[in-house]
Design a protein around this ligand. Structure first.
Ligand SMILES: C[S@@+](CC[C@H](N)C(=O)[O-])C[C@H]1O[C@@H](n2cnc3c(N)ncnc32)[C@H](O)[C@@H]1O
Length: 511
């Protein structure tokens, strides 16, 4: 028998359509009448994507489909194994990356038992993907299981769709802005406020299951429009790990791993593990994990990730609306900073009256404030109302504190004004001597701004920025530590700027 190759696949799709092509591949594979080196379970996901794009039915982006890479799926599956719940559900299962990884972790006997007992539920809107998922399970664990898998071809947000009692869920929901509400949806405040499909999925999963492991964009951790989701999360408990997308990226930044290498998804992701232990409210949150691609293997380890998370269960309320992503050993510094601050930066700056400070809107490894107007796109101008506080604000913006605050509560591409305005301020805690020191450092930096100008091409323009020597930042940090009564050595802040999980060295990249 001639082996089935990509050319046959494309021809079949053109002749019979995607649906029939896959049914033929799946039933022949199940009955051992199919020979191919590439059409094997592990490649089904990518091959299906290639088929989808070939028929140009709908682009992957439009569907919000970003398949979970294997190494990430294994981490999620290991966490799911530890959680309570008799029924196991994969919501938005696609071709089954998550559930198949879970079966690998629990082993063949447990898998067969689970399915035979009628405890496996699969949900997806895409009928072909669901079939690939179901058949992949049957091919791996036995044809006789086909009838026992509870397959739900549905819109998961449909009111009529309910998760079974005592269920644990694994999910990578679609990432998609909601344009129109489904006619059968229950329109919740979370949907109204966020207009994001993924948060609607999180809400439904959390409120209907005993426990869950969900990978999504990380924006729900801090962004204002997800406050109502975080309020709901107050009633549950667990932990969240979140990942930056540079230099390394959880989704690999690739679409088709082996057949194609287009740049694809570069979303900043979070894995939420809902444990629902007794008598606990809230979520423990990891720092925003930044890793180099070569560190990926070492980093994607459940024990390693778990150890990065601090012990504080965070809930939100009207005064503290966001979760913060704090390193374990920096919590005491954050506490001292917030407790010793009597106002927010927004109270002492405005947009037009006072002495100006210029800030590039994007930041990557540090924040910058300058007296010189930077010749670049994307800059903000803030005005310090009280002249005597000008140098303090200037130093704050060039210190680790301002940069760290952005990483704690945001960490995306831009530093939003809301974040700048909410930076805690402790000018009153500085002694006269410390204020003088701050004045001296600020004056020296301002006099040398021209000397440290750096340029980077972006949008066809050489964008100007300043890269001050690290000694200035360290000097400012030291004075601020003293003013706040923090006893740690300032080197502890190196990790805030580091591009690597395993070293505190600052990255060379300047934006
Ligand atoms: C990000 S993909 C994840 C696929 C797979 N679970 C994985 O982790 O690789 C999201 C999946 O959700 C499905 N989906 C999109 N909208 C849906 C809806 N309203 N109800 C159920 N499933 C949906 C898509 O078909 C897709 O398979």
């Amino acid at each position: 028998m001639a082996k089935y190759i990509m050319e046959n696949y494309i021809n079949d799709i053109d002749k019979k359509g995607l649906d029939k092509t896959w049914h033929s591949i799946l039933s022949k594979t199940l009955n051992n009448t199919f020979e191919s080196d590439i059409f094997v379970i592990d490649n089904f996901g990518e091959l299906y994507e290639i088929g989808l794009e070939h028929v140009n039915k709908i682009s992957k982006k439009e569907m919000g489909k970003y398949y979970t890479p294997k190494d990430v799926a294994i981490v999620m599956a290991k966490w799911l194994k530890t959680l309570p719940g008799e029924n196991v559900c994969d919501v938005g299962c696609g071709v089954g990356n998550l559930i198949l990884s879970y079966f690998e972790i629990i082993g063949k006997d447990e898998t067969i038992k689970l399915i035979n007992n009628g405890n496996l539920y699969l949900y997806d809107l895409d009928k072909i993907a669901l079939d690939i998922c179901k058949y992949s399970i049957a091919i791996k664990y036995g044809k006789e299981l086909l009838k026992k898998i509870k397959v739900r071809h549905c819109d998961f947000l449909d009111k009529k769709i309910k998760l079974p009692k005592n269920s644990k869920v694994i999910a990578n929901p679609p990432y998609f802005k909601i344009k129109d509400y489904g006619i059968n949806w229950k329109i919740t405040k979370v949907i109204n406020d966020s207009k994001e499909l993924y948060s609607a999925f999180i809400e439904k999963i959390i409120t209907q299951s005993s426990s869950s492991v969900i990978i999504t964009p990380y924006s729900f951790i801090g962004s204002g429009k997800f406050y109502s989701l975080r309020q709901i999360m107050n009633n549950y408990n667990g932990f969240i790990v979140s990942f930056d997308n540079v230099p390394g990226n959880i989704f690999n930044g690739r679409k088709h791993g082996i057949f194609n290498s287009n740049v694809g998804n570069s979303v900043r992701a979070a894995i939420t593990v809902v444990e629902n232990k007794e008598n606990i409210n809230g979520f423990r949150i990891s720092p925003l994990i930044r890793f180099k691609s070569e560190e990926r293997k070492k980093m994607l380890n459940n024990d390693y990730l778990y150890k990065l998370i601090n012990d504080r269960y965070q809930t939100v309320n009207n005064h503290n609306k966001s979760f913060y992503k704090c390193h374990k050993d920096l919590l005491n510094i954050l506490d001292s900073w917030e407790n010793n601050s009597n106002e927010k930066l927004g109270n002492i700056i405005n947009s037009n009256i006072g002495q100006k400070i210029y800030l590039p809107t994007t930041c990557r490894y540090f924040t910058v404030g300058s007296k010189k107007e930077l010749n670049r796109d994307g800059k903000r101008i803030i005005c310090v109302i009280d002249e005597k506080k000008y140098n303090y604000v200037y130093c704050m913006l060039n210190s680790t504190f301002a940069y760290w605050y952005w990483r704690l509560y945001d960490g995306g591409i831009n530093c939003p004004l809301t974040i700048i305005n909410s930076i805690p301020i402790f000018y009153d805690k500085l002694t006269e001597k410390q204020r003088k020191e701050i004045d001296n450092i600020a004056t020296e930096m301002q006099n040398n701004e021209e000397k440290y100008l750096v340029y980077k091409m972006n949008a066809g323009k050489n964008q100007e920025n300043i890269k001050f020597p690290i000694k200035y930042r360290n000097k400012i940090n030291k004075i601020f530590f003293e003013a706040l009564g923090i006893n740690n050595s300032i080197e502890i802040f190196d990790k805030v700027h580091s591009s690597s999980l395993f070293s505190d060295k600052e990255c060379d990249d300047d934006e």
